[in-house]
Write a protein that binds this ligand. Sequence first.
Ligand code: FAD
Length: 411
Amino acid sequence: MKNPDVVVIGGGPAGSTVSTLIAQKGYKVRLFEREHFPRFHIGESLIPETYWVLERLGMLEKMKKSHFVHKHSVQFVNSAGKTSAPFYFWDNKPHECSQTWQVVRSEFDLMMLNNAREHGVDAQEGVRVREVLFDGDKAYGVKIQLEDGTLEEVHAQVVIDASGQSNLLANKLGLRTWDPVLNKGAIWTYWKGAYRDEGKNAGATMVLQTGNKKGWFWYIPLHDDRISVGVVGPFDYLFKGRESHEQTYEEEVEACPGVKERLANATRDTGYFATKDYSYRCKQAAGNGWVLVGDAFGFLDPLYSSGVLLALKSGQLAADAVVEGLQKGDVSEAQLGSWGPDFNKGVDRMRRLVCEYYEGFSFGQFIKTYPHLRNTMTDLLIGDLFTERVDEVWEPMETLYPEGKVPPAPW
Ligand code: FAD
């Protein structure tokens, strides 16, 4: 297949999703991934609403047979080490779709990419997309570079950018707006022999506030006795004027009783990883002949583990818009980006919850004061973001946190 109907840039969760769903409808799709899989990636904790996209992708049986840890709940631990009651996802949904997974991304992303291949996607690894080709404002293909350095042009009716934080198209077109509030950084490593809860909470994600309340730790149990533990905080605080990532991490662990006690008998299994963790959104989801999905469209602070869900969901919505456009012979911005406004509304709901946490919001206190809103709050946490029904939580939240009014998103 030289010139397909659709070209997808990047083979992460967003690229695999969008390409699989378009190929399922009989269109020819070529996907180019610059790395060779399996490759390392951060972003290990899924949330339950991924279930519906995984189902459409034909991934559910593979997930159920996998050795990924089952996740049924999330727990919050305050800066003094006090742990909240777990938020069980099945309080709201039947068990099957309320249970989700903690995944090792190198393995999960490979499963997703191979699944795309099984659905007919021509996915090539070790191929870097150098640029998107435009005729005026209309994208008509990409220039790829093979590993021997050869350059080739591939033409298509639609180009989908799923290049993650490389933001290939957004950089070229100047589409990214940075979130002035969520300008964070992260440092993480992996442990063996660290504390694991028992029973249904053995696979819970824990969010532990740091000792000085400036940030939080993620604590994510993976298979093979590994736990992923990372600290997120203001970028300047974590990276400016500090000695080394290792020392910063150790200082933060030392000052966070909840993490310190859980790591007391653990051995570090890898070196340290660090990344800039700035949230952003692109001004538009699509243009004539092109679409952005996943992190290539927007990135939100990982507090509630929403990144892979948003990659899958945007991939699904974009695929439906592209298929409809190809059927109608309409690959205009209006057609390809029709899903963008509602998607943005959903992400902004999650953003608001993220910002409220940084302003001091406590789930425990909220639920105690408004017990009838527990289910709605859990809906938000599982990623059920794309419905106005969940907006009933905001007014009560303002009564509890009047000073914590969330700065409006700049988009
Ligand atoms: P990616 O997964 O980044 O995939 C993009 C792919 O494109 C890559 O494989 C890359 O090699 C390829 N590519 C890039 N440029 C080119 C090119 N020019 N040509 C060809 N290929 C190219 N999310 C969660 O759901 N749960 C979490 O617990 C979580 N924790 C996180 C913690 C941190 C610190 C961070 C930073 C993020 C976290 N996330 C989490 C977010 C999650 O990692 C991302 O949202 C998710 O990986 C986005 O998927 P994607 O497919 O859009 O991009």
